[in-house]
Each structure stands twice: as structure tokens, then as C-alpha cells.
Design a protein around this ligand. Structure first.
Ligand code: DX5
Ligand code: ZN
Length: 216
């Protein structure tokens, strides 16, 4: 059985009790935390900035992934790193020169992953995979938690998984949006290594839902 990493998106947690929410996730076996940063421009919603990430950093030693749904990752990424993010998840669709940004990350030894929206083809990001720790395949259009999983992205997980294996790359496949016990299982069966979840975890029993996802 493969070891599935669960990455809770704290956007749906009780932010007034963040420290104990984080502790509950850790006790349930979460492998990292997912921080959904939205700027009201790249997506139609505004969520957290570096200050909240700083607060999360104080409460956990687990890896923190900053999912940057912002128009100017090139301008702000340093703020997220200094707040304590470990891995920057950058959208292929960001209106910046992704190749140039990745070159900067490579030069400065910054850990990163590349994100693709549901209608972006996998082949577009193949060339960025060798240095990407994570390939994040969105299974909803980014902007809000609680949306329905888009089934048509499943073949893309398989395609990415086959490619990563055939090229002997180390990139791990992560899926984000509408993940629950049923959709999560489909993702895992097709090659996903990491599952992000907000509402399935925080609207249910945290321990049980994380355990369920880990053991799919
Ligand atoms: C969507 C975010 C997701 C989202 C997940 O824009 O990137 O991380 O919060 O929420 P659920 O698990 O509720 O779909
Ligand atoms: Zn996300």
C-alpha cells in the first residue's frame, strides 16, 4: 500500500482556535499543511496573507505549502517564505513569466511546485517538472472550498503519474478540491501521492476524516 500524505487546508478550520485545530490534524497523522492564499484578482476571493502563515508556522513543524492564487507571485513570494512557508505552489496560469520565476527559485534554492487548473493540459508543464517537488492538479476551479470534484481531471492524474514514472522524476502528485473518501480514492488509484482537503476534514470529525484519507 502506498503512503498517502494528507495536507489539510486550514482555510476551513476554526481560525479562532487555530493552534488546537493544527494539533488535532497532527494527532490524526496529517503530513503537511496547505495554505490557500487568494488575492481577489487571480481568483474571486480574498483569504490569507503572510501574517496568518506566520501564526501557523508557530504552531507546527510540518511542511507548509503556500498555494499562491495571486496575480503577482513574483512580487510577493519572498514574504511567504519569510513568514515560514516551505514550498511555494505556483500556478502555471499566473500572468507572470513562470520560466523566469522558476529559474529564480532554482538559483536561490527555493522549494516549489507547479499548479494546473482543471482545463490546463498536463503537457504544458512537463518541462517544469524536474525541479518541482509537487505537481498540484486542481480538481475544482480555484477560489472557494466546498466545491464539487471535477471528475474529468482523473485521466490527467494518470497521465502525469505515468510520465513521472517513465522519466524517473521525484515530483509528487497532489490533488486539491472536492476531495472526500470517494473522490480521494479515485485520485489515489490513478497515482496521486498527496491529497489536500478543507471541508471534508474540518466539517467532519478531523481525526476520522484524516485517517480515512490516509488509508485509502
Ligand atoms: C480552492 C483551494 C482548495 C480548497 C479545498 O481554491 O485551492 O485548497 O480550499 O477545499 P475543499 O477541500 O473544501 O474543496
Ligand atoms: Zn489549495
Amino acid at each position: 500500500m502506498r503512503n498517502i500524505e494528507v495536507s489539510p487546508s486550514i482555510i476551513s478550520s476554526d481560525l479562532s482556535d487555530l493552534k488546537s485545530e493544527i494539533k488535532k490534524c497532527e494527532d490524526a497523522g496529517a503530513g503537511s499543511f496547505h495554505l490557500d492564499v487568494m488575492d481577489g484578482n487571480f481568483v474571486d476571493n480574498i483569504t490569507m496573507g503572510p501574517d496568518l502563515i506566520r501564526a501557523v508556522r508557530k504552531s507546527t513543524k510540518l511542511r507548509l505549502d503556500a498555494h499562491l492564487m495571486i496575480n503577482r507571485p513574483d512580487k510577493y513570494y519572498r514574504d511567504f517564505l519569510s513568514a515560514g512557508a516551505d514550498v511555494l505552489l505556483i500556478h502555471y496560469e499566473s500572468p507572470v513569466d513562470i520560466g523566469e520565476l522558476i529559474n529564480k527559485f532554482e538559483r536561490d534554492g527555493i522549494r516549489y511546485g507547479i499548479v494546473i487548473n482543471p482545463d490546463t493540459e498536463f503537457r504544458k508543464v512537463k518541462k517544469y517538472l524536474p525541479g518541482s517537488e509537487i505537481l498540484l492538479i486542481m480538481s475544482v476551479y480555484p477560489g472557494f472550498s466546498g466545491q464539487k470534484f471535477i471528475n474529468s481531471i482523473i485521466p490527467k492524474i494518470k497521465e502525469a503519474s505515468d510520465y513521472i514514472k517513465s522519466e524517473h522524476l521525484k515530483t509528487r502528485i497532489e490533488v486539491d478540491g472536492g476531495i472526500n473518501d470517494i473522490t480521494g480514492k479515485q485520485c489515489v488509484e490513478n497515482g496521486a501521492d498527496i491529497l489536500v482537503s478543507a471541508s471534508y476534514i474540518f466539517n467532519n470529525d478531523i481525526y476520522k476524516s484524516i485517517q480515512t484519507l490516509k488509508n485509502l
